[in-house]
Ligand binder design. Structure first.
Ligand code: GRF
Length: 203
């Protein structure tokens, strides 16, 4: 299964995919990485792993549709079958959604539907929840709103700072994303209405 990973920054989730691949634990390969931000560390991580990496600047296009057409061109050119949003700080528009129907996933650092949007870990910490976590879900036109594939729970410990909670969640993200990609690669993830069913492993 060929992956196209969209990023905007640090790229630690991208790195988790690359590392899982290097260990022989990913049933997919990262075929291309695309960032909307020029200086993204994620682009360096991709290149260090020998993966083609591109910066596509949204400001260089007349509108979002034209920007996403260029992204789709790069994805198709690299044979991408599944698009992974890993810290990509933009809403996906109709052009990209139509090019990859039910084939775009996102990782989010909260137990959705709680705390969508930016700084979800801080939102959860400020709210005072005692359990948070992370979610991998299919992407639709909304903000962190598509069908949920997998979640992992993370306890909020007494005395945690928001940063400590975020770090604990991130460690779980790095396991959850490769696991989800493997389930999809195995053809075990089915969308039924707004729910996702995970089929049992073949014996
Ligand atoms: C992660 O917390 C992810 O859940 C959120 O953005 C952050 C990206 O981190 N969508 P990184 O770029 O993968 O290090």
């Amino acid at each position: 299964l060929k992956l196209g990973v969209l990023v905007s920054g640090r790229g630690s989730n991208l790195q988790a995919l690359l590392d899982a691949r290097a260990r022989g634990e990913l049933k997919a390969e990262v075929a291309v990485v695309i960032s909307d931000k020029a200086g993204a560390l994620a682009l360096e991580r991709a290149r260090a792993a020998g993966v083609p990496a591109y910066h596509v600047d949204p400001r260089a296009y007349p509108d979002k549709a034209a920007y996403e057409q260029e992204i789709c061109r790069l994805l198709k050119e690299n044979g991408v079958e599944l698009v992974v949003l890993a810290g990509y700080l933009r809403l996906v528009g109709p052009v990209l959604l139509a090019a990859y129907p039910e084939r775009i996933i996102n990782i989010h650092p909260s137990l959705l539907p709680a705390f969508p949007g930016l700084e979800a870990q801080r939102q959860a910490w400020e709210y005072g929840v005692k359990i948070s976590g992370c979610t991998v879900h299919f992407v639709d036109e909304g903000l962190d709103s598509g069908p949920i594939i997998l979640q992992a729970a993370v306890p909020v410990e007494e005395g945690d700072t928001a940063a400590e909670l975020a770090a604990r969640i991130l460690a779980e993200e790095h396991k959850l994303l490769p696991r989800t990609v493997n389930l999809i690669a195995e053809g075990r993830v089915k969308i039924v209405g707004r729910r996702v069913q995970i089929e049992p492993q073949d014996r």
